[in-house]
Design a binder for this molecule. Sequence first.
Ligand code: SF4
Ligand code: SF4
Length: 391
Amino acid sequence: MTTLIDTDLLADVQRFGAADVSACFSCGTCTATCPLADNDATFPRRIIRLAQVGLKDELLASKELWTCYHCGLCSDSCPTDADPGEFMAAARRYAIASYDPTRLARVLYTRPIVGSLIAVLVAAFFAVFMYASHGPQDGESLALFEFIPEGLIHWTGIAVMGALALSGIVGVSTMARRVARSEGVTLRTMLGGRAALGATARALWSSLGIESLGQKRYREDCKDDAPAEPFYRRRWLIHALTIWGFLGLFASTLIDWGLALTGIKETGTPIPIWYPSRLLGTIAGISLLYGVTMFAINRVRQVNRAAAVSQASDWLLLILLWITGATGFFIEIALYLPSAPAWGYWVFLFHVAVAMELILLLPFTKLAHTIYRPVALFFYALASDKSKQAT
Ligand code: SF4
Ligand code: SF4
């Protein structure tokens, strides 16, 4: 097999973040410090080395790129101030852009002004598109789905989900193919026989259940801020609440659609706060808003090494998530007011437009790590299981 060297690789990765690793001399201090290195004597410096020597294919096939939670401990201990934690974050942005055939992710990450303009235009497009079919604004009660027809939101949502699935599948299959080839994993090793199926099931549970939803290693191993930091300000909790909130809002929207499809309840029908889809949406909204607000505060205050450097793409995602959560609560407030406020209709239009944008841009923004990281953790768990069986 021919190994291709990309002499521009390091410079290209550095376009995605601020770290300058040219001073790294592979001393290994970061490996000794990293709580997630396990017994891998090359983590995380191997990623830096791959970029330095131009091994692009190996870099993009590294599951280790995604096993770093950017705690920043390695950066604090680096004797040359090469900031390996930030370099890992930049390499992940580079990987997301490389798995994306549209090159939109590259623009969003490396051209902040153009990226912000695109974000504004996408939201404006959805708002204008839906406003073009708007109905009357009832002044007595907030009739949101008469203002923007429920069917229009429904079908626009399906089109957006279709686009998300298409771009997500292309990116994930590109990444998974590369990682699987580098790890020597084939369909046969995952599905061929009872033992293989058992290992695959365990790896799926570990990557999706224990790590992605349960945040086990983030919680137990990345103790950068414990025990000094109070519980409600721990990084893993802020991260988990953001992810759980986002997924909860997504699930409550799907439940609402499901109830409408099965004829149990029409979307937009007034329902009490304890109704399952509304209760889940409210709890998830609070969770998301808390997580995103704390992330933003930490970035402004630069509370730790990981929050010390912020890219425009970090802020873009936080702003989109915050708007989606906050406008949802403004709508809730408007619904309880005695007469329907005109602003309630405009907030609703804004909320729907930004929520659509968030879903559409998911594979291109930092939120893409919610699909790439579980895949990498799956291969990581599979490899760990294999080495355990061998010993
Ligand atoms: S990034 Fe820093 S700590 Fe890590 S190997 Fe390079 S010089 Fe050493
Ligand atoms: S940022 Fe934290 S998890 Fe990532 S490589 Fe450095 S020490 Fe390890």
